[in-house]
Design a binder for this molecule. Structure first.
Ligand SMILES: [Zn+2]
Length: 213
């Protein structure tokens, strides 16, 4: 759709590749192709039976992409980042059967500040690509937890406890879930959600992220 405001913004502030500066793209194909995507593999974290990491965080281009997406709020970067997740997951041989895709919810106030929820952008793209059901209204965030990045590890774990509620408990029973998020750090946030799902008899819970820090 033609968007005159977007056109004007492009003239005033031309889009350029965050890595090489080539005009017209947030990331050009050449720079995208440099990003090395992991071979399939996973690890377990308590009740999360498989945590899948799409690419190594130790790649400059990828770090930049994630940073601009998360902290400069460039929503369009959700596309190349989602592509990394789908390219990775395409390679996973024993995929989870008929999963419900969910994202990590932000508190309403936080979402208003940032205009979009980065985990939701990734989750929606992923679910569309694999034709899975995406349910972004199943889990709600109760309290506006402090910025995780500002906290020490022990504080992070405490900060997250009881932060989420399930809106529709009956929906969860016997279903498989994939939680999509951007970066896996301590895993405390996704683990909290997974525990909640398991508490209401979810079958299997997996986590799929872009990278692990
Ligand atoms: Zn480039």
């Amino acid at each position: 759709m033609f968007n005159p405001l977007k056109l004007l913004l492009n003239i005033l502030f031309p889009i350029e590749c965050i890595s090489c500066g080539k005009e017209g793209f947030f990331i050009c194909d050449n720079c995208f192709d440099i990003i090395k995507i992991n071979e399939q593999g996973s690890f377990q974290n308590e009740c999360i039976s498989q945590v899948h990491v799409s690419a190594s965080y130790h790649q400059k281009v990828l770090q930049k992409l994630i940073h601009f997406f998360k902290y400069q709020f460039i929503k369009d970067l959700g596309f190349p980042l989602s592509k990394i997740i789908t390219i990775y997951y395409d390679k996973v041989e024993n995929k989870l059967k008929s999963p419900i895709v969910i994202s990590v919810p932000l508190h309403k106030i936080r979402q208003r500040e940032r205009c979009f929820n980065q985990s939701e952008v990734l989750g929606k793209f992923f679910a569309d690509y694999f034709k899975y059901e995406f349910k972004n209204d199943l889990i709600l965030r109760k309290v506006n937890t402090k910025h995780q990045a500002d906290l020490k590890r022990e504080e992070r774990l405490k900060n997250i406890g009881n932060a989420f509620v399930i809106k529709n408990i009956d929906f969860v029973k016997s279903k498989n879930f994939i939680i999509i998020d951007d970066v896996y750090t301590t895993g405390s946030t996704v683990l909290e959600i997974a525990k909640l799902l398991k508490q209401y008899e979810a079958n299997e819970v997996w986590v799929l992220v872009i990278a692990k820090n």
